[in-house]
Write a protein that binds this ligand. Structure first.
Ligand code: PMT
Length: 224
């Protein structure tokens, strides 16, 4: 059998959606199932990597028990767990759907019904990927972009602003792409522009292709 191409590499993967609480029983989240991130973690593990998976809310099942799983709830929790492990990581893939906004106030008790309208005040969360980009010190950084229009433009903008080495863009308006489904439709961009475009494929196949690009761009051995 073929030599594992990520042996000795420490890979950090994020998956799932974050949960931003309003009160003890209510929260804001999104449709991420964790399938895409889990597939990447499993594909990296199959290539012999030492894999840590930081997962928010997920509905999918993780198959490979050789993966170190860390559960988090909010964007702030994910930021903390990811940045703590970042200095020791060789490769980071951020497939999680992190909340961009969270409630300004988090009530310790259940919010009571009053009046006909309720306005929620939200504030920005920290952009984890941008934080990692700014602190980059040899890590190979892969982001995702969930877009509905101008996919190439927004993906390249994110890659440049967040100092990424690759970005995987999914057009979430396409059938068989994005949140919750078992397949995805992606285009992969590097600093030089579009490097790959895949037809609708199983998330595991998409994950394997992403790993191929990572291996090709990190040389597969030695220091990086
Ligand atoms: O989990 P599945 O059901 O399988 O669905 C997969 C997916 C659609 C969630 C996945 O393929 C995907 O696209 N993940 C990223 C979704 C997203 O939040 O995209 P974005 O364009 O809003 O964010 C861009 C990048 O910044 C992402 O890598 C995201 O992890 C990161 N980000 C965003 C906000 C934030 N506060 N911190 C971040 O690091």
């Amino acid at each position: 059998s073929r030599k594992p191409r990520l042996a000795g590499k420490r890979v950090l993967v994020t998956a799932g959606g974050t949960i931003e609480r309003l009160d003890p029983v209510r929260y804001l989240t999104n449709d991420s199932s964790g399938k895409m991130g889990f597939a990447i973690a499993e594909a990296a593990r199959a290539e012999g990597a030492d894999v840590t998976l930081i997962a928010g809310r997920t509905t999918a099942e993780l198959k490979d028990n050789g993966i170190r799983l860390v559960r988090v709830e909010s964007a702030e929790d994910m930021l903390r767990e990811v940045t703590a492990r970042y200095p020791d990581a060789d490769i980071v893939v951020k497939a999680a759907a992190v909340a961009d906004y969270r409630p300004v106030h988090r009530s310790e008790s259940k919010i009571k019904k009053k009046g006909e309208q309720l306005t929620l005040e939200l504030e920005r969360t920290t952009d984890i990927l941008a934080t990692l980009g700014a602190q980059k010190n040899g890590q190979f950084l892969v982001g995702f972009a969930a877009e509905t229009d101008n996919v190439a433009h927004y993906a390249m903008d994110k890659l440049k602003r967040k100092r990424l080495d690759l970005i995987v863009a999914n057009d979430v308006t396409q059938e068989g792409a994005g949140f919750n489904v078992d397949t995805n439709v992606v285009a992969i961009y590097g600093p030089e522009g579009l490097v790959d475009q895949l037809p609708v494929s199983a998330k595991r196949a998409v994950a394997e292709r992403i790993i191929d690009h990572i291996v090709a761009r990190t040389g597969g051995k030695g220091e990086q």
